[in-house]
Design a protein around this ligand. Structure first.
Ligand SMILES: [Zn+2]
Length: 183
């Protein structure tokens, strides 16, 4: 998947966990403020060419009728009435034809995608351990070798492939299995 063809998303505030996960997978994802009205969220989606993800059937149906009127593709709005992030991701990947395999890395290998900051959606860049060593827990600095930092000056969150990423990989493997089982 090239940067140009990678879909952009806007998720409603209920999907905070999914939104953060999509960011870590490198998808440019807005998490809509909870005070925004549905119409405002949809307007942002249209203006910024983002795929709307909602759990609200009425909002979804309204979005679909608007997309139809504007001759836009129906997959610019997705309805995800699920509780589990695995089901949500499986649905997104299935509808958009994204192979979860491209995100799953082998032990000891680099992660095969350009992550974004789960907190603020800015891109991450690889940084040398020495440059961030005073900002990370000593234990992590001892165990891990590769570090990334958020490029947003107001955030600067630091990432490393620790245990948390094993959970991410396990979720991706379950998504892959769920999609395979359905086919
Ligand atoms: Zn950030």
């Amino acid at each position: 998947m090239t940067e140009n063809s990678s879909p952009l998303f806007i998720v409603d505030a209920m999907f905070g966990k999914l939104g953060k996960f999509l960011r870590l997978l490198g998808f440019d994802t807005e998490i809509a403020n909870s005070h925004l009205k549905d119409s405002q969220i949809f307007e942002i989606a249209l203006k910024t060419n983002r795929i709307l993800i909602t759990r609200d059937l009425k909002f979804y149906e309204h979005a679909q009728s608007q997309l139809k009127k504007k001759n836009l593709q129906s997959n610019m709005a997705l309805y995800l009435p699920y509780q589990e992030i695995i089901e949500e991701l499986a649905e997104i990947f299935s509808i958009l034809g994204i192979d979860p395999e491209i995100f799953i890395w082998k032990d000891g290998e680099d992660i095969p995608f350009q992550s974004r900051c789960s907190k603020c959606n800015y891109e991450l860049i690889k940084v040398k351990k020495e440059t961030v060593i005073d900002k990370i827990p000593l234990k992590s600095a001892t165990i891990f070798k590769k570090f990334w930092q958020c490029t947003n000056d107001n955030c600067g969150k630091i990432y490393w492939i620790g245990r948390h990423w094993e959970d991410i990989k396990a979720i991706l493997q379950k998504v892959r299995k769920l999609i395979q089982d359905r086919n």
